[in-house]
Design a protein around this ligand. Structure first.
Ligand code: ASN
Length: 297
């Protein structure tokens, strides 16, 4: 369990730099939601963490997606350092990239397009990396890590192209061979959740994106434009084989009026892992929650 203080110092500096960047961009920080009657469906992680209290079930947050959509009704640009619980299968404990408790920097912008939030994501990442390079390059060199400089815009590849070029496990291969952070855009509708907006001009293709780190570190962030019209949300829920009744609160909110928005979440532990070149994301946390691994404290 002994962690070097460098990991904790870098984590703290990453949080500070990200917060400073977003505040300068006019974002308002929200306190995180930990328990909610509804949370991100995340179909690839079926197990749910539930607390029963006061005669109802409360989900531990898997992402603040719906709360972000609701919050941009009030403030146009919001972010939160959001603790997420995702009960990943035990074998994901070995990927180096999965924790079942982690924090994502989750943000959302009212009336924004995908391109606008991709631009924001690039500037946010480069700002954080430049702050870390400025304050930690000597300490990073001592642990054998050198952070290269990257230029914007980062390269983009469409999901279908990436799959054609690198096969079904393209994320890993693309991240490994890339010299720069690289975007994957235009996921097919069946690959993602119902809240990612379908491109009105290209049925079946989403206006969403992932960003991959270079050097094989895998996914950095994930996001996109959102479905915001009540009927569209209902149809997308049905198309995913989910029950609209389970999302009645979201649909009711959309009937009152949800603005169009776009946003993304960037995993804090994965970012620190990349900066320090660590082999497992659990090395970032003092008290890591690794799927399938017991904890003492
Ligand atoms: N934070 C992601 C987003 O904004 C959602 C997620 O974490 N599943 O799209």
């Amino acid at each position: 369990m002994l962690r070097s203080s460098l990991v904790l110092e870098v984590t703290s500096a990453v949080l500070g730099a990200a917060r400073e960047f977003l505040e300068k961009e006019g974002f308002v920080e929200l306190l995180p939601v930990i328990l909610a009657p509804v949370t991100d469906p995340l179909r690839t992680t079926p197990d749910r963490a539930i607390v029963s209290a006061y005669g109802q079930d409360w989900y531990l947050t898997r992402s603040m997606i719906f709360h972000k959509q609701a919050a941009v009704r009030i403030c146009p640009k919001i972010f939160s350092f959001s603790p997420n619980i995702r009960l990943e299968p035990a074998e994901r404990g070995k990927t180096g990239r999965h924790l079942f408790e982690f924090v994502q920097l989750d943000l959302e912008v009212r009336e924004a397009t995908r391109d606008e939030v991709m631009d924001l994501g690039e500037r946010l990442l480069l700002y954080v990396l430049s702050e870390i390079r400025r304050d930690f390059s000597r300490k990073l060199a001592e642990v054998g890590r050198e952070l290269p400089e990257y230029s914007r815009p980062f390269p983009r590849i469409a999901w279908h192209e990436a799959r054609k070029e690198f096969g079904p496990d393209f994320e890993e291969a693309l991240s490994r061979q890339s010299k720069s952070p690289v975007w994957i855009v235009d996921f097919p509708i069946e690959e993602r959740e119902f809240y990612d907006r379908e491109d009105p001009e290209r049925p079946g293709i989403l206006r969403d994106m992932d960003l991959l780190y270079p050097e094989g570190f895998g996914e950095a962030l994930s996001g996109g434009e959102r479905e915001y019209l009540p009927e569209r949300i209902r149809l997308r829920i049905l198309r995913q084989g989910l029950d609209p009744a389970a999302y009645a609160g979201l649909i009711a909110l959309a009937k009152e009026g949800l603005p169009p928005s776009a946003g993304f979440g960037i995993g804090v532990e994965r970012l620190v892992r990349f900066i320090l070149g660590l082999s497992h994301v659990g090395e970032v946390r003092l008290f890591p929650r690794i799927p399938g691994v017991p904890a003492v404290l």
